[in-house]
Design a binder for this molecule. Sequence first.
Ligand SMILES: NC(=O)c1ccc[n+]([C@@H]2O[C@H](COP(=O)([O-])OP(=O)(O)OC[C@H]3O[C@@H](n4cnc5c(N)ncnc54)[C@H](O)[C@@H]3O)[C@@H](O)[C@H]2O)c1
Length: 440
Amino acid sequence: MHVAIIGTGYVGLVSGACFADFGHQVTCVDTDADKIAALNQGVVPIHEPGLAELVSANVRAQRLVFSTEFAGSVRRAEAVFIAVGTPSRRGDGHADLSYVYAAARDIAAELRGFTVVVMKSTVPVGTGDEVERIIRAARPDAEFAVVSNPEFLREGAAIRDFKHPDRIVVGSDDARARDVMAAVYRPLYLNAAPILYTGRRTAELIKYAANAFLATKITFINEIADLCERVGADVQDVARGMGLDNRIGGKFLHAGAGYGGSCFPKDTLALIKTGQDHEAPLRIVETVAHVNETRKRAMARKVVSAVGGSLRGKTVAVLGLTFKPNTDDMRDAPSIPLITALHDMGAKVRAYDPIGMEQAKKVLPELTYCEDAYECAKGADALVIVTEWEQFRALDLDRLKEVMTERPAVVDLRNIYPPGDLAQRGFIYESIGRPSRREK
Ligand SMILES: NC(=O)c1ccc[n+]([C@@H]2O[C@H](COP(=O)([O-])OP(=O)(O)OC[C@H]3O[C@@H](n4cnc5c(N)ncnc54)[C@H](O)[C@@H]3O)[C@@H](O)[C@H]2O)c1
């Protein structure tokens, strides 16, 4: 099958490479000429495990090409996927749909024969109707159907998630469009991925409801962690005790610094706006977004308490900047408000991230960036673990003790160390939702 993907970012590139790997003939289109030029020279612009290899193998096999031109790719394609960004609109939190609508207009001009226009971007309920209207207005003669097919992949595990999804959601009442979608995803039947056919609006809402629910789970355990700290309980054990209940499940019950990343913050805000617009306010999600927002700066107060009351003139080493491990994505990373708060409180901040520093420099230019964890810790009063990269899980604690100041503090915002270990070696140790162990 011929498939066109409009928007060659995280979702577009992963989807395009995976579809090509299934044997489809794929063109990934983007308006960013530099990105397309880089991809045509074999440079993959994002860090995602396995992606560079998958892209190069499929380019070599001539199943995957990159272009800035809509014409050829859309004309040939039986399915055209829209995978452009839908960031928060400045000022009100609604999803900014300008990229989606621009893509719809460009697609409309090139439609030839029956074509399925597939919305892969996360878009508010009713966007499919508007895209259909835009295309119909531009091309009253065109034969097409607009389908919602939200994407659930996680950055850092994107290829696996795309090839082994828990489910594929296809929102359309058009029988011809459903057949095309079944053909696109046929290779996944082997992986036993169920396809859930729904109405278009329902599919659009499934994506937001799923993300808001996961954000709620994270925020719930974060508040339970705060309570654990007050009452002397251990949130790790509480989460395990909850998660072993199959009705609850153990995933997304890791207390931490608050959710961030390219999806949860903007998707919860957009869903809240949809609820308000339709006079069906989502009060739980509103509270989740508010609690999460305040949490990130509150993490800076943990650092203050670990160093004994004031950060003025103190040096803080931050390990991990990206919003999660195995990606270089800095969008809405919790490290950003945390570091801003540390600066506001008078701290000098040094930082190290295994992969994300080039991206981080664009949003946090004023940091001192270091070569590795130990150089970062040099002369620091406090070391804050923000992102749980594998290489931070077994740090040489004696070496850290040597390079840090006399009464070093470790603030472990991912609970990756057993509290006793660090206290025994003379660190002040703070984590999330566990009894704090201080140096005797
Ligand atoms: N990143 C994720 O983990 C993830 C997961 C599931 C769903 N999504 C959703 O998928 C969508 C895309 O997210 P992303 O992270 O891949 O975004 P991204 O910012 O990485 O990529 C978007 C790309 O679209 C291009 N673009 C913008 N307007 C265009 C146009 N008119 N024509 C062609 N290209 C255009 C941009 O240049 C950019 O390369 C969003 O709606 C997002 O919410 C993202």
